[in-house]
Design a binder for this molecule. Structure first.
Ligand SMILES: [Fe+2]
Ligand SMILES: [Fe+2]
Length: 205
């Protein structure tokens, strides 16, 4: 999508901006943000291709297997898309990947799906923490959460079992309609500047 410069402010300091300026800026920024996010999500997913890191498939294949299993289980679009992108945080935050993916998806998915993605790394520990002398039941400290069982389910059905090279996963293109549907939703969290007034539109706080 070509970048369209629809509006330019006449000032060089934000203190001179009017309400109309900021309405125009925010609308323009929102269009850009959605297109940019879609592109970044797909590019970041592609960056998970390559090293298998000791497993039998790479992390891009793992992600598509996760999303394909979710789709074939009849999960809603947002869970399929969340499954596809649940490990994208690996690229920039390998030691904190769950939280990064959750924050990226949060505006477009339910609180439940956000919670599942945010905690999937810890919940996955059930399958291996004890092999390092840790407590595989560590996730139980979240047992009171209404989303606990959903996260247990996610890990059991769409994560720990998604390392099978023989599984018939769909291609990324097959998920595009679902990705577009989810990214077209109004932000559940409101605008960035509503959440954190110290961050004006389009500016990194
Ligand atoms: Fe993960
Ligand atoms: Fe994963």
């Amino acid at each position: 999508m070509p970048e369209m410069e629809q509006y330019q402010v006449p000032w060089t300091a934000m203190s001179d901006g009017t309400a109309k300026d900021y309405q125009m800026l925010s609308a323009q920024y929102e269009d850009h943000a959605r297109a940019s996010l879609r592109q970044s999500l797909l590019a970041t997913l592609a960056r998970l291709s390559g090293p298998k890191l000791g497993y039998q498939i790479d992390r891009e294949q793992h992600s598509r297997q996760s999303a394909t299993r979710a789709l074939r289980n009849g999960e809603p679009a947002e869970m399929v898309v969340a499954a596809l992108f649940h490990d994208i945080g690996d690229v920039l935050a390998p030691h904190n990947h769950s939280a990064v993916a959750a924050d990226i998806m949060a505006p477009f998915v339910s609180a439940e799906t956000e919670w599942v993605i945010r905690h999937h790394g810890l919940f996955q520990g059930y399958y291996y923490f004890h092999h390092f002398g840790g407590d595989r039941e560590e996730r139980r400290r979240y047992e009171a959460s209404p989303f606990y069982e959903r996260c247990v389910w996610f890990c059991a059905e769409y994560d720990q079992n998604c390392f099978d090279p023989a599984y018939d996963s769909l291609a990324v293109d097959d998920f595009i309609p679902l990705i577009d549907e989810v990214l077209a939703r109004p932000s559940r969290l409101g605008q960035e500047w509503e959440l954190n007034p110290s961050n004006p539109p389009g500016e990194v706080g």
